[in-house]
Design a protein around this ligand. Structure first.
Ligand SMILES: N[C@@H](CCC(=O)N[C@@H](CS)C(=O)NCC(=O)O)C(=O)O
Length: 278
C-alpha cells in the first residue's frame, strides 16, 4: 500500500493510502487515523463504513472522530464506499447505484460482479492489509457506520460475530430488502432472487439466528430517509426483540440524517467501542 497523504491531528496522523485490491480488482483508497499511542505500540481499530455518495473523505472531515480516537488510543480505518475508476461500471445519473454505492455486498451480476466485492474487501482484505502494514493489534477491531455503511457494519458483525468486539451504527439501513435503496442495489448486484438478498440484510440475519453481544444504534427522528421508509429501524427492533438480540436503539429527537447528527454522538460511540476494545 502507498501513503499518499499524511497530516498531524490530535497528536496522531491522519493518513491516506492507495493499494491494488484483489477483491475489487481495482485501485482502492482508504484513510487511517493513527492515534498518538500508535507511535509506541500496537493499538486496536475501529472500522467506519460511510453511506451513499461518500468517499473516505466525508467521515474524516465531518464527524470529528479523531479527537476521541486520540483520547482512547484507537485507530480509525475508513474505506471508500465502492471501487472507482474509468474501468469500473457506474450509472452517473443515479447516486444510489454503482460508484459510491457498493452496499457492502459481493455482486454476482454483470457488469458489477468483477469489481463490486465490497463485503470481501471490508471484512477480509482490508483488515489483513492494515494489520500487516500499520501498528494495529491483529484481530482487535470493532465496526461502525452510517446509513448504507450502518447496514454494512451490522451485517459484517452479524455474519462474523467473533471478528468484531462491538458494532454500532448511525441511521443504518436495517432492512434493505424493503427499502428503495436496498432493493435497487440488491437487484442490480445480486439479481432478482430475493433469497440471496437475505444473507446481506441485518433484519433477516437476526431472524435467521445471527447474534452479537450487543448492538448500539442512534437514529434521528427528523431523518428524511427514516420518513421515506429507507431505514426501517422499527422493523429491526421487532426482529431483535423476538430473537432476544440485545439492541440499544436510541431515537434522537430532532436530528436529521447528516454528519451534524453523527458528529453529535460519535464521542459516545467511540467511548462505547473503547470499552469493548480494552
Ligand atoms: N441527497 C443526498 C443523498 C445521499 C446522502 O444523503 N448520503 C449520505 C449517506 S446516505 C451522506 O453521508 N452524504 C455525504 C455527506 O453528507 O457528507 C445526495 O444526493 O448526496
Amino acid at each position: 500500500m502507498k501513503l499518499i497523504e499524511s497530516v498531524k491531528e490530535f497528536g496522531g496522523y491522519l493518513n491516506r493510502y492507495t493499494h491494488d485490491s484483489v477483491a475489487c480488482q481495482s485501485e482502492m483508497t482508504f484513510s487511517a487515523y493513527l492515534p498518538p499511542q500508535a507511535a509506541h505500540g500496537n493499538v486496536p481499530a475501529l472500522y467506519w463504513l460511510s453511506g451513499l455518495t461518500c468517499t473516505d473523505d466525508n467521515f474524516r472531515v465531518k464527524a470529528g472522530a479523531q479527537r476521541y480516537a486520540a483520547e482512547h488510543g484507537i485507530a480509525l480505518i475508513i474505506p471508500d464506499t465502492s471501487p472507482r475508476g474509468d474501468s469500473v461500471p457506474d450509472v452517473p445519473e443515479h447516486y444510489d447505484l454503482g460508484q459510491g454505492a457498493g452496499f457492502y455486498v459481493n455482486a454476482i451480476q454483470p457488469p458489477w460482479d468483477k469489481h463490486f466485492r465490497m463485503y470481501d474487501y471490508v471484512v477480509e482484505e482490508l483488515p489483513h492489509l492494515v494489520e500487516a502494514n500499520l501498528p494495529l493489534i491483529p484481530g482487535l477491531k470493532s465496526i461502525s457506520g452510517h446509513s448504507m455503511g450502518g447496514h454494512g457494519a451490522l451485517i459484517a458483525a452479524l455474519k462474523n460475530p467473533i471478528a468484531y468486539r462491538s458494532v454500532s451504527a448511525f441511521a443504518p439501513i436495517c432492512h434493505p430488502l424493503n427499502g428503495a435503496w436496498g432493493k435497487g442495489c440488491f437487484a442490480a448486484y445480486l439479481g432478482e432472487t430475493t433469497a440471496l438478498w437475505e444473507a446481506y440484510d441485518a433484519t433477516c440475519l437476526v431472524q435467521a439466528g445471527a447474534r452479537v453481544p450487543e448492538i448500539l444504534i442512534d437514529q434521528g427522528t427528523a431523518d428524511e430517509f427514516l420518513m421515506e421508509g429507507q431505514l426501517l429501524p422499527e422493523v429491526f427492533q421487532v426482529a431483535c426483540l423476538q430473537a432476544e438480540q440485545t439492541l440499544s436503539l436510541r431515537m434522537q429527537e430532532g436530528y436529521d440524517h447528516s454528519y451534524h447528527f453523527i458528529a453529535t454522538f460519535i464521542g459516545e460511540h467511540m467511548a462505547w467501542h473503547a470499552q469493548a476494545l480494552r
